[in-house]
Design a binder for this molecule. Structure first.
Ligand code: SF4
Ligand code: SF4
Ligand code: SF4
Length: 308
């Protein structure tokens, strides 16, 4: 089996903290193996996306982030990528007359490599919603999460005297107001759809079976709110991106254009976290012998001292 250098580094980062920080991280690594019962996520359908970028504006407003300028002549390409001030971005793929869009942000992985790499649990996966959240007060700025993330999502505040990591947290701060992810609230076509992960997955599977060029109703904004729009179905690539990659995620993507052409990494199914779990377990298993021997010696010395 061959392993690419980049994959090796990501796997090492994903599991490195598992070995260094011990059982705390080890238990965090198992939290995401199954989808939590109340897990929420997003289904993004590139075939329905018109590139209006309303989701980007809503994201900035909801997360209090300033606009960014890429320095490009095209105002549409502002900014060019995710950053500490841009948690969600719409990118465009152009092939002749054909356009396709892709929405990039945190995937909220079922087995988040970022959380496993974090030595101080500043990134954790919520046991109920499955959202991977960030606690700035715990972060020590080591940036292991950046190296570990297979999607290159977490971004660092390079220009701040007190830098933090920034990434989408699925707008969990809006939930208490009865709201949900701002990108989905604002999407006019249903391309960005919020809801329970299981329901979104069923909706994605339904779309893959639609007959191209026929008209169907598509849920918009929130899959449980009942609003729909009628669209002409287009042919889909027969795969739900994000449902299997590196252990699966709570952000799923459908597209009629090859995922690789949209800039999505071609990832294997097994998560990097799984690889290092075996190493960590072996490490602890054999570490127990010297620890037990040391404890035995301490006991004998204490006993002797007491006797004397
Ligand atoms: S996409 Fe990256 S930052 Fe988001 S949960 Fe997965 S590993 Fe973490
Ligand atoms: S869920 Fe919220 S933070 Fe995440 S991309 Fe959508 S609007 Fe931005
Ligand atoms: S708001 Fe919806 S249609 Fe507009 S760019 Fe975002 S995902 Fe696409």
């Amino acid at each position: 089996m061959t392993i690419k250098r980049r994959e090796f580094l990501k796997a090492t980062a994903a599991g490195g903290a598992l070995i260094v920080t011990g059982s705390q991280s080890a238990s965090a690594s198992t939290a995401g193996e199954t989808i939590p019962p109340q897990a929420v996520g997003i289904l993004y359908d590139s075939n329905l996306c018109i590139g209006c970028q309303a989701c980007m504006t809503a994201c900035k407003e909801a997360n209090d982030m300033p606009p960014e300028h890429s320095g490009q002549y095209s105002t549409w390409d502002n900014p060019l990528d995710l950053s500490a001030n841009t948690l969600n971005i719409i990118k465009m793929y152009k092939d002749g007359e054909k356009y396709a869009f892709i929405k990039r942000h945190c995937m909220h992985c079922l087995e988040p490599a970022c959380a496993n790499a974090c030595p101080v649990s500043a990134l954790v996966k919520d046991r109920e919603t499955g959202i991977v959240t960030y606690d700035a007060s715990a972060c020590i700025g080591c940036r292991y999460c950046q190296v570990a993330c297979p999607y290159n999502v977490p971004k660092f505040d390079w220009y701040s005297p007190f830098p933090q990591i920034h990434k989408c947290q699925l707008c969990d701060h809006l939930f208490q107001q009865g709201r949900y992810a701002a990108c989905c609230e604002s999407c006019p076509t249903g391309a960005s759809l919020f809801g329970p992960v299981e329901k979104l997955k069923k909706e994605a599977e339904r779309r893959l079976l639609l007959e191209p060029d026929k008209y169907y109703d598509f849920p918009v904004n929130h899959i449980e709110k009942g609003n729909t729009r009628r669209h002409k179905a287009e042919k889909y690539i027969p795969h739900i991106y994000g449902s299997e990659e590196v252990g699966g995620s709570q952000y799923m993507i459908l597209s009629g254009t090859d995922f690789s052409k949209l800039g999505l990494p071609d990832l294997r199914e097994r998560s990097y976290v799984k690889d290092l779990e075996g190493v960590a377990n072996t490490f602890y298993k054999y570490l127990i012998y010297p620890v037990a021997a040391f404890a035995g010696l301490v006991y004998l010395v204490r006993k002797r001292e007491h006797h004397e």
